[in-house]
Design a protein around this ligand. Structure first.
Ligand SMILES: [Zn+2]
Length: 107
């Protein structure tokens, strides 16, 4: 007599949408996601895909936020440099003017 092997029914909680599912995938971080897909069809539900997409968006948002901040800091630095350079130019201009003024005078 052949015994029919019962397939263990495992249900896990999706780490993305929080629903219980027996069709799931596990990612590298050991997170479980629903994945309802029939072979040859696009997935009906693909929480890992959504999770990855969301994570990517968050990272990109943070990245753009960071670069925006760096850009602002760079601009402030440039402004300061420009201000210092302009001040130097002004000083040079004034000292040259002074020199010219003194040189013109007969000694
Ligand atoms: Zn899910």
């Amino acid at each position: 007599m052949r015994r029919k092997k019962a397939k263990p029914h495992i249900e896990v909680k999706c780490d993305y949408c929080g629903s219980m599912t027996d069709r799931f995938v596990v990612n590298m971080e050991h997170k479980k996601f629903c994945r309802h897909q029939y072979v040859g069809f696009p997935p009906e539900k693909d929480c890992m895909g959504d999770y990855i997409e969301e994570k990517k968006n968050v990272q990109e948002k943070e990245k753009s936020k960071k670069s925006e901040k760096e850009e602002q800091e760079k601009k402030v630095l440039t402004d300061r440099k420009t201000a210092i350079r302009k001040l130097d130019e002004l000083k040079q201009f004034l000292s040259k003017k002074k020199q010219a003024f003194f040189q013109k005078r007969p000694t």
